[in-house]
Design a protein around this ligand. Structure first.
Ligand code: ADE
Length: 246
């Protein structure tokens, strides 16, 4: 997958893109990543990229005559590439959005700062706009890194055959259940016997119940949308009974 980011702060990406899964993706040629400095596309001798808003008011606005040519230069004439503005006004990032984006061979992410983008950047260069949550960040860079991480988990080959991303929280509409590793007892707290017994059907059932319980406790809203078997619906009834006894 090829990912280009346009940013005023390309060095912000150095650390994150050089470690862990991002490093591995680049090292194994599964990711071709470039952070481009938007200032390189400014025609101004002071490399200015922003200006005051028409109509007054505070803050600065990123100029369309800088960002649009920057996007075009990075695309190099390639068509059909999603050009995504990082913005708190975009559609919310979710598991499904990450899977959808991972199906593209190439993405271009544009990070804003200041008050935002001149509207003509949306009209002329962007095909999509994504938010990572209902809060405002100082700039789109951290949001772009979140998007890249969430997307790369779904690029084939990156996490390996045992990547487990099909069990990830949200992959099936539920939160993931509890995990344990050695030691079997730590500070008096044990590991559920079912997980140590080696009975795969039993372990699968335990994991499903644990995922359901966690979702019931923390994100009951997700259960309304999840596809549950009869046995799982029965488990929800058990949780309701357990709760009413507390
Ligand atoms: N830029 C500023 N806030 C943002 C957010 N919540 N998501 C994506 N990009 C942003």
């Amino acid at each position: 997958m090829k990912i280009d980011v346009l940013t005023l702060f390309p060095r912000m990406f150095d650390g994150v893109m050089g470690e862990s899964m991002m490093w591995k993706a680049r090292h194994h040629n599964l990711l071709d990543f470039h952070a481009h400095d938007i200032r390189d596309y400014s025609a101004d001798k002071h490399r200015k990229v922003d200006d005051t808003p028409y109509g007054g008011g505070g803050g600065m606005v990123l100029r369309a005559d800088v960002v649009v040519p920057a996007v075009e230069a990075v695309l190099g004439g390639e068509s059909g590439v999603p050009v995504i503005l990082m913005s708190p006004q975009g559609r919310l990032l979710s598991h499904d959005v990450a899977v959808e984006l991972a199906a593209h061979p190439r993405l271009v992410l544009v990070c804003g700062h200041y008050e935002g983008f001149d509207e003509r950047i949306r009209q002329l260069a962007a095909t999509d706009e994504i938010s990572i949550g209902d809060y405002v960040l100082t700039g789109g860079e951290l949001a772009a890194m979140v998007v890249i991480d969430a997307v790369l988990r779904h690029v084939p080959g990156l996490l390996g055959a045992e990547g487990g991303q099909e069990r990830d929280s949200h992959a099936d509409g539920l939160l993931e259940g509890a995990h344990y590793t050695r030691p079997a007892v730590y500070r008096g707290l044990g590991v559920p016997q079912t997980l140590q017994d080696g009975n795969h059907a039993g372990i699968e059932r335990w994991r499903r119940r644990s995922a359901l319980r966690r979702t019931w406790d923390r994100r009951r809203d997700l259960l309304l949308k999840a596809e549950l078997s009869e046995e799982e619906q029965y488990m929800l009834g058990e949780f309701a009974d357990e709760d009413s006894r507390i």
